[in-house]
Design a binder for this molecule. Sequence first.
Ligand code: ATP
Ligand code: MG
Length: 463
Amino acid sequence: MHSRHLDIKIPDDMRDAVISIIKRFRDRGYECYLIGGSVRDLILGNEIYDYDFATDALPEHIRRLFRKTIPTGIKHGTVSVLVDDHQFEITTYRSDGVYLDGRHPASVSYSAELRVDVERRDFTINGLAYDPLSGDVMDYVGGLRDIEDKIIRTIGDPVLRFMEDGLRPVRACRFAAKLNFAIDEDTFRAIPNTLDIVRKVSKERVRDELIKILESKKPSVGIEYLRTSGLLELFLPELAECHAISQNKYHIYDIYYHSIYSCDAAPKEDPMIRLAALLHDIGKVPTKQPGDDGDYTFYNHEVIGAKIAKKIMKRLKFSNEQIDAVNILILNHMFHYTDEWTDGAVRRFIRKVGLENIDNLFTLRMADRKGNGARKGLPAPIEHLKKRIERVIEQENAFSVRDLNINGYIIMDEFGLKQGPLIGKILNELLELVLDNPVLNERNVLIGRAREILERRKAENGD
Ligand code: ATP
Ligand code: MG
């Protein structure tokens, strides 16, 4: 027998909808089970994002059983149905034809047997089917045992299964991170032999898996599997290179381990901060130099690192918005706040980083510190800087040229100047003055200062 009775609780808000779908199929003489990730996560007590169903009913039959259906993946036998405002995917049992390109099956064929459907799936823990009416879990592939042992194992021969679809090795690392499971030895050993197939997978699919790793409880588990299997070298060679590159007396970890532990220490709710934490020191490899005292220095690594991160993210097809978010965090992660900062310095810091990015930058800095391993506790100066920033924002001060109580037209008028780069230069100098001393932000005062600036420039270079 392949079934085992388990006491599984479906959350109250979904229970009625799930049961009603299964009953509808049963009443018409069809089979229908909850399947895949949802069964795995129900057993583990994890949050469930999608409830997926498998049935022996053909897609056209599924569509007749429900009032609202969407043919989301009809080519592969998947129909979405809407029940109680929730959307569910229901897929006809199928086996996949041959994989010619290492990415997609050339064809799919429907089957009347659950077992056939289970065998096309990737890992044993994803191959369980659950009947909530009887409480039986159907397990043809040893998935229950592997959940108990916390093991990721392919269904069938790992080399063959990985050759079919090159995304599966990356998924193995993703599930290891998400569930904090180990990858079975044979499954793991198959990965280095299938890298040529993995290379064919679209960057978008890899990016999506990487984001899921970043959203898991401990990304370091997945990233370490990516590295030791050779996958990291394929997708993030710049990070793989950080391995075994030592730092200096302030660090106990090499650049790579510091990076992945910093990533763990950033909040899982924000994958872009996690990515920034993972890549924040990536510029340390090309900037490492012995300093005067014999210890290593990494001057300018934040600037070089921000550029490298941009290149990586472009390659992996992240959006421009995501690239900018990570870039600004890496570029600014090296600020050194001391009590000596003037209010003007605090304002310049706000302007450089952008008010909307400051909280994230502090979050990154905390993660960086936690990932250091040697330093403990919260960095007090950051708490202090936070308060200073709040105070500065409260005093309504000028932050950009647009907030000056003067503009380019007034300056052109006053001094008989034509439009051109000089006007912008004068406005920027005025802004610097106002940032240091907000009381200067008065029209007449600014005109006076503009005159001084003009005279100085004339004396300097005959502008
Ligand atoms: P998540 O919680 O991330 O959604 P999941 O297990 O539901 O995890 P999905 O990518 O949503 O993962 O896929 C649903 C199910 O489809 C999987 O549990 C697995 O049974 C099957 N599956 C998905 N992708 C593949 C693949 N590349 N090869 C084989 N089977 C797959
Ligand atoms: Mg899913």
